[in-house]
Structures are given as structure tokens and as C-alpha cells.
Design a protein around this ligand. Structure first.
Ligand SMILES: C[S@@+](CC[C@H](N)C(=O)[O-])C[C@H]1O[C@@H](n2cnc3c(N)ncnc32)[C@H](O)[C@@H]1O
Length: 223
């Protein structure tokens, strides 16, 4: 409830709404089908990094500031979270970041073009530990196949979680999908909002960096 109230307070402020609208992509009035139009959204073609479940945007805003030669897409699903994210991104004034409200599972599985993304960032996705909630989980074989389809060869997926069993499950799904582990730092492990909070609480954090090789699973190629 708190976050809905906060989002609508932000939305009622005309300046915040203008800032958010400037960076929000993919809103249609229903008269057209939603399609991903990267060049139109960013006005150029540059290496693209996507954060799935960007929350308040703490990580991706700083990353976009640090890498002006790359483009960044921040994806969130619930409307109040997407609105708050868009206001924060809009207020940053950065030209290389856009906000998309979407279910990342459909985006990655069906909508994002082939070979379009150079890196995905997935930090602290909800673990949904109860069996009856498992349908809400992000990682599944089709999600991992979508990551492989949409990444360039050599592209990276960075994942972090504070839940060991969930991290093991996600990392296992990545390896099963043909990705290889890289021993390199995971950029958002401490920079993401939840990462900061968990680190301050002294929690153990589990992070993995996965590279798409030319042999990562390509089920679409068999279709
Ligand atoms: C635990 S929060 C972590 C947020 C952020 N990564 C951070 O570390 O601060 C998980 C986020 O994923 C978003 N999310 C969950 N399922 C999603 C989906 N299917 N598509 C897009 N975002 C999703 C939630 O709305 C939530 O903001």
C-alpha cells in the first residue's frame, strides 16, 4: 500500500510525471500492438544492457551514468514500481536509459529481437519459495532460452540473490541452458538497492556471471 501511495503522490506532481514520461517506452493506447523498437526508443544503435526487475533503479542509473556509450533498458512489472522507477530515471536526466513496464518473462521469451542485448542484469529476483507461488518465478528453461536467443554471442547475464537455494537453482538453469560461468565481478551485487540493504545487514550474497557462447541453447533455430 505504501509504495502505491508513494507512486501516486509522485505521479500527481506534474514535473515528476513529465520526467517519467520522457523515459518511458512501450506505452500504447491500445490501438497498436506492442513491439520492441530499440532504435526508435534510443535514437541510435549502441550496445544494450537490460536490467530485469530494476526496482528503484539504483543500479541501472549509476551504470548508465558510468557508460554513456551504451544504452540501458530498465524493466519493471508492477505499475507503482514502474512509475517510481521512471520518475527516478527521468530525474537523472541521462539520455541513454529507458524504462519499460513489462513482464520480463514475455519480453525475453517472445518480444525482444534475436541477438539484441549485450548484457542482462538480474539482481535479487523474488525467490517465491512456496510451491503454489512457483509460477511467479522468473527463471525457467524458457526464460533461459530467451536470454540465450536475445543475447549477442559473448553476451553476459549477471545474477545475484541472498537465498542460497534459489541462487543454486538459477545458476543451474543457466548452465543447463548452455551458458558458461565466468570468474568476473558481478556489477550490481552491491550496487542494486536490495544488495546494499542485504550487505548492510551482513547477509551472505550469492552472485554469478554467465557468458553466452556460440553453443548456448538455441531452441528457436530448430523451429
Ligand atoms: C526483490 S526486488 C529487487 C529489485 C532490484 N533488483 C534491487 O535489487 O533493488 C525484485 C523486483 O523484480 C520485479 N519483478 C518481479 N517479477 C518480474 C517480472 N516478471 N518482470 C519484471 N519485473 C519483475 C519486482 O517488481 C521487484 O521490483
Amino acid at each position: 500500500m505504501g509504495r502505491m501511495r508513494k507512486a501516486s503522490r509522485l505521479w500527481n506532481d506534474a514535473e515528476s510525471r513529465r520526467a517519467a514520461t520522457r523515459v518511458t517506452v512501450g506505452e500504447t493506447d491500445g490501438s497498436e500492438a506492442f513491439t520492441v523498437r530499440l532504435r526508435g526508443w534510443f535514437g541510435r544503435r549502441a550496445p544494450l544492457e537490460v536490467e530485469i526487475g530494476a526496482g528503484k533503479g539504483s543500479f541501472i542509473i549509476e551504470r548508465a551514468r558510468a557508460f554513456p556509450e551504451r544504452d540501458f533498458l530498465a524493466v519493471e512489472m508492477p505499475l507503482p514500481v514502474a512509475k517510481t522507477l521512471a520518475v527516478r530515471v527521468g530525474r537523472s536526466g541521462l539520455p541513454n536509459i529507458r524504462v519499460l513496464r513489462a513482464d520480463a518473462r514475455s519480453l525475453v521469451a517472445f518480444l525482444m529481437p534475436d541477438l539484441a542485448v549485450s548484457a542482462y542484469h538480474v539482481y535479487y529476483p523474488d525467490p517465491w519459495p512456496k510451491a503454489r507461488h512457483a509460477k511467479h518465478r522468473l527463471f525457467s528453461p524458457s526464460f533461459v532460452a530467451g536470454l540465450a536467443r536475445t543475447l549477442i554471442v559473448g553476451g553476459m547475464v549477471y545474477v545475484a540473490s541472498d537465498v542460497k537455494t534459489w541462487a543454486e537453482e538459477m545458476f543451474g538453469a543457466m548452465l543447463q541452458g548452455g551458458f558458461i560461468t565466468e570468474a568476473e565481478p558481478v556489477p550490481g551485487v552491491l550496487g542494486a538497492g536490495f544488495g546494499r540493504k542485504y550487505a548492510a545487514q551482513g547477509r551472505a550474497l550469492f552472485a554469478g556471471a554467465f557468458r553466452k557462447t556460440s553453443t548456448a541453447s538455441q531452441p528457436w533455430a530448430d523451429a
